[in-house]
Design a protein around this ligand. Structure first.
Ligand code: ADP
Length: 188
């Protein structure tokens, strides 16, 4: 069964919500680079101070920073049985760094779970989240920028993982429960 999972999907595809459910089912940690970066911003660490403005503008934080925090996190003991990576990798350089790191650890990926949605589906979800959570980067301009970053830099990673025969695609359209059931079937 898949335990080392990369979750790929556009902003607002529901990665965070579904990752939490997968964590329950497999008992592996949910590692969200977005959450780690937001925590660093809130704590005003050196990484947070560098990342804040970039994140608010909907741009990507540098590969160097993100690869560093992910490498540290994957080295912690709770990642031994596996992990769900949410929001990483987002660029080819990050994907290559992850491949190299996992090879070094002798723990290759089991699966790249791709959550697919349309832009029309996602924009209202993100605007609604903006109202509820008040995230600084959930304004329309930043959302559009994040969509473009996703299309240009992250969507091509599907091919990277297709070449390794790791991609499992699941539609992210529907209720949380419906999507959750599809994921459960796809991963079992
Ligand atoms: P969403 O998926 O809704 O765009 P995330 O919480 O995953 O939100 O990420 C929020 C922001 O954090 C991104 O727009 C980006 O600025 C930064 N970020 C998160 N993960 C990465 C990453 N792997 N590489 C570069 N920047 C990242």
């Amino acid at each position: 069964m898949s335990r080392r999972i990369v979750l790929l999907g556009a902003p607002g595809a529901g990665k965070g919500t579904q990752a939490a459910a997968i964590r329950e089912r497999f008992g592996v940690p949910h590692i969200s680079t977005g959450d780690m970066l937001r925590a660093a911003v809130a704590a005003e660490t050196p990484v947070g101070l560098q990342a804040k403005a970039v994140m608010e503008a909907g741009q990507l934080v540098s590969d160097e920073i993100v690869i560093g925090i992910t490498r540290d996190r994957l080295g912690e003991a709770d990642c031994e049985p596996g992990f769900i990576l949410d929001g990483f990798p987002r660029t080819r350089a990050q994907a290559e760094a992850l491949d190299a790191l996992l090879e070094e650890l002798g723990r290759p990926l089991d699966c790249c779970l791709a959550l697919t949605v349309d832009v029309e589906e996602v924009l209202p979800r993100l605007l609604k989240r903006a109202e509820i959570e008040g995230r600084a980067d959930d304004n329309e301009e930043s959302i559009r920028k994040r969509m473009r970053e996703y299309e240009q830099k992250t969507a091509p990673l599907l091919d990277h993982y297709r070449q390794q025969d790791l991609v499992v695609e699941v539609s992210g359209v529907g209720t949380i429960e419906e999507v959750g059931r599809r994921i459960e079937e796809a991963l079992s």
